[in-house]
Design a protein around this ligand. Structure first.
Ligand code: HSE
Length: 435
């Protein structure tokens, strides 16, 4: 069979990894794909010193790749929403298959990109957009296709997990760990995307669409980062038998889909609570299979290249098949996508960890308990620490049962209005990750 001709746009961390692994494993890849995969052109503004591109046509204009008549598959690894979007849409217009690791692009413009790709009968692969090298899109889209997915929850930002792990295990400062993640090539060009949860929300948006068969709706995802977390809460969480992880949670409820990214206490004995460093993990619960867990490197040169190349191999196998015979982009047939709404965060349900600074006076605990019970909020556990000798304040930690966010917000307003409570109540969501 004729080789598949590939053009790579971007030769940075992921582009360089893709170029090298394609070369190194060419024989093994050909045996799998049934045909050779040849990189015929690379677009990059600067050569990557880790790649031997001496035999490869190099351009500094990405658009020459999408107009190159020789190229079957365009691999978009430049990132961002603007040039990348034009590049991908032009490639599709020119009848080229597209592989991308760009989660922002797919989460924000995926509906338009897939519509165009359907019209032109081309494939769009985006396995590398979520959880780096972990083949979680393939697992949900194909491996779990028999299931009604109930929920999924994932540690899907390696940089954030690396920061939280180093802070917890080594007591390192936030900024210091972030700098290391940037030097290692894990962090986004704008690292606020990592620490404010935007990158995780992009990935969660994609996962939710393929899990529940809904259009991509990044603008409706609730996003809260890790920048406000303190070691005080990390330590209290440990004492209560929990770990704090930055989780993306997507859950199907009768009223709609919960789509939320935020720091979360999870029981320390869950496998996912022990996923540390830059590693990612996604738990998916399906009605037939129950709980499943997908674990691996969520960022980095060759792990992400592994997912990019798996997509290229998939395209090589099916590019001559009828488009109807291919796996749908969002796992469900386009005319079968559901209009189930994404719920506002106030309608989402979770358990909560609350930390309160209370005066060391009689009756405070009773007042706190009555605010909770008046709102039907069940308290699962409560710890009262010894009073701070200088300030006379007592840290009080409550863990509630599941309740809607609007109800806990109402309770927090009432708690903060008490004379015997100082400052703001710290609120972190708690997930047991069971049905
Ligand atoms: N910045 C991302 C992360 C890279 O840290 O997970 C992989 O998407």
């Amino acid at each position: 069979m004729k080789p598949v001709k590939v053009g790579i746009c971007g030769l940075g961390t992921v582009g360089g990894g893709t170029f090298n692994v394609l070369k190194r494993n060419a024989e093994e890849i050909t045996r799998r794909a049934g045909r050779a995969i040849e990189v015929v052109q690379v677009a990059t503004r600067a050569l990557n010193p880790n790649c031997d591109t001496s035999d490869t046509l190099i351009t500094d204009d990405v658009f020459t790749v999408v107009t190159n008549p020789e190229i079957d598959v365009v691999v978009e690894l430049i990132g961002g929403y603007t040039i990348a979007k034009d590049l991908v849409l032009q490639a599709i217009e020119n009848g080229k298959h597209v592989i991308t690791a760009n989660k922002a692009l797919i989460a924000v413009h995926g509906n338009e990109i897939f519509a165009k790709a359907r019209e032109k009968g081309v494939c769009v692969g985006f396995e590398a957009a979520v959880a780096g090298g972990i083949p979680v899109i393939k697992a949900i889209r194909e491996g779990l296709a028999a299931n009604r997915i109930n929920w999924l929850a994932g540690i899907i930002n390696g940089t954030g997990n690396f920061i939280l792990s180093e802070m917890r295990e080594k007591g390192r400062a936030f900024e210091d760990v972030l700098k290391e993640a940037q030097a290692l090539g894990y962090a986004e060009a704008d690292p606020t995307f990592d620490v404010e949860g935007i990158d995780a929300a992009h990935k969660l948006t994609i996962l939710a669409s393929i899990a529940f068969g809904i259009p991509l709706q990044f603008d409706k995802a609730y996003t809260e980062g890790i920048t406000q977390l303190t070691t005080t809460d990390v330590n209290y969480a440990e004492k209560l038998g929990y770990r704090i992880k930055h989780l993306g949670v997507a859950r199907r409820t009768e009223k709609g889909i919960e789509l939320r990214v935020h720091p979360t206490l999870i029981p320390a004995d869950r496998l996912i609570a022990n996923v540390n460093g830059v590693m990612n993990a996604v738990m998916v619960n399906g009605d037939a299979i129950g709980d499943t867990l997908y674990y691996g490197a969520g960022a980095g040169m060759e792990p992400t290249a592994s997912a990019v190349i798996a997509d290229i191999i998939d395209v090589a196998r099916v590019m001559e098949a009828e488009p109807e015979a291919r796996v749908p982009y969002l796992a469900f047939q386009t005319d079968a996508l559901s209009s189930l709404p994404i719920l506002p965060i106030t309608d989402c349900e979770s358990a909560y960890y609350l930390r309160i600074q209370a005066s060391d006076n009689p009756g405070v605990l009773a007042k706190v308990a009555s605010i909770m019970s008046e709102r039907g909020i069940n308290i699962e556990s409560i710890i009262q620490q010894e009073a701070d000798e200088q300030e006379g304040k007592v840290p009080m930690i409550l863990v509630t049962h599941r309740v809607t966010e609007s109800r806990i917000n109402d309770a927090i307003v009432a708690l903060e209005a008490l004379d015997s409570i100082t400052g703001n109540v710290v609120r972190i969501r708690v997930e047991q990750l069971t049905n």
